[in-house]
Design a protein around this ligand. Structure first.
Ligand code: DON
Length: 349
């Protein structure tokens, strides 16, 4: 078999196996950072097979829509900073981004206000409590905690400027689209379901108002926040959003600088401390990657300079993090030597 025949056989085998073939650019082929294509492909497949029949955890049900999402859905996507794409499973299913949105509203708030103001107005301490904790708001000196828990996220959304709620919401949605490299849309049914049941978030916003830690109308901010959580993404789009963070804010598909390079370290640090809520310590210990989960079942993990792993699987653990997504990411990150704290991941012997 000659070289050309070999390539054809390989391409047919991989596409039959569910991998999306992607043409590598000249830049991609020169990349010093991306692991070998065959390695990523085999690791993603191994992880997918290993965990596909795992049924632990259960769908979020405090947002009624999420309770009826098919729990068997399972999609894995890895996108490298040189835009190599590896996908397997239900990667075209659009699920609600939920709390993962908080990362990107934080990026937009920093773009508008600068990191110092955001730090001063929101803070960045882990709460050690559930993502929607009322006691955390009362007890923490900042009240807002950090931009990734509900209270801090609603306050971060309240920082986004605009002449009215529509303009602020449109700005947020357009920004997410630039980070994903394609237009994203609201899943109306998720929004309606959450808007009808989000009394807890309204209570958090009122409490923040009492402490003067919310920066525009509290209920309007909750409404925009609810919309941002209801934005639909599939695993590939989520992986590209993560790869943009991994690529110093430059979307690897469009080449556009969409998040300020200087803001990236603050975003990644915040994700490390609070991205998986009260499991963030476990996650830093075992995985060592800034990551963010959402109760829609998505998790994205960012390997700076290398790429991102996004997994969608709706069943959650007690902390509100997808069980299967955690297992897959832990496995893939370990096999690809992505752990930030491992000396060999940064080239040390
Ligand atoms: O505000 C809420 O409760 C949801 N819209 C988002 C919570 C969430 O995703 C927590 N994540 N693991």
């Amino acid at each position: 078999m000659n070289q050309v025949q070999l390539r054809i056989v390989l391409a047919v085998t991989l596409s039959a196996a569910g991998f999306v073939p992607v043409r590598l650019s000249a830049q991609a082929q020169r990349s010093p950072v991306a692991p070998r294509r065959e390695l990523v492909e085999s690791v993603v497949r191994e992880a997918y097979e290993k965990f596909r029949s795992d049924t632990s955890g259960k769908n979020a049900d405090y947002i009624p829509y999420l309770a009826q999402v098919d729990s068997k859905l399972f999609g894995v996507a890895v996108i490298t900073t040189d835009n190599q794409v590896f996908t397997l499973g239900d990667v075209n299913y659009s699920f609600s981004i939920q709390s993962i949105s908080k990362v990107f509203t934080l990026a937009l708030a920093m773009e508008e206000q600068g990191p110092d103001k955001v730090f001063e107005r929101i803070g960045s301490e882990p709460t050690g409590r559930a993502f929607n904790s009322v006691p955390a708001v009362v007890d923490m000196p900042t009240h807002t905690g950090n931009p990734l828990v509900n209270a801090g996220a609603i306050a971060t959304t309240s920082l986004i400027s605009g002449k009215d709620a529509d303009e602020r919401w449109s700005k947020i949605l357009a920004f997410y689209g630039k980070v994903a490299g394609e237009k994203l849309t609201l899943i109306e049914d998720v929004y309606k379901s959450e808007a009808a049941t989000n009394t807890g978030n309204k209570a958090l916003a009122m409490l923040l108002a009492k402490y003067e830690r919310i920066y525009s109308d509290p209920f309007e901010s909750v409404d925009i926040y609810t919309k941002q959580c209801s934005v639909g993404v599939n695993a590939s789009q989520l992986a590209r959003m993560g790869a943009t963070l991994a690529n110093n804010g430059v979307n690897p598909a469009t080449g556009e600088q969409v998040i300020k390079r200087d803001d990236i370290p603050y975003i990644l640090a915040t994700m490390t401390m609070a991205g998986l809520y009260d499991s963030s310590g476990y996650w830093a210990w075992h995985v060592g990657l800034p990551s963010k989960s959402g109760v829609g079942g998505g998790i994205v993990a960012v390997a700076p300079g290398k790429g991102a792993i996004a997994v969608f699987a709706p069943r959650l653990d007690e902390a509100g993090n997808s069980v299967k997504a955690q297992k897959v990411i832990e496995f893939v990150a370990q096999k690809l030597n992505y752990n930030l704290y491992s000396p060999s991941s940064v080239g040390l012997k």
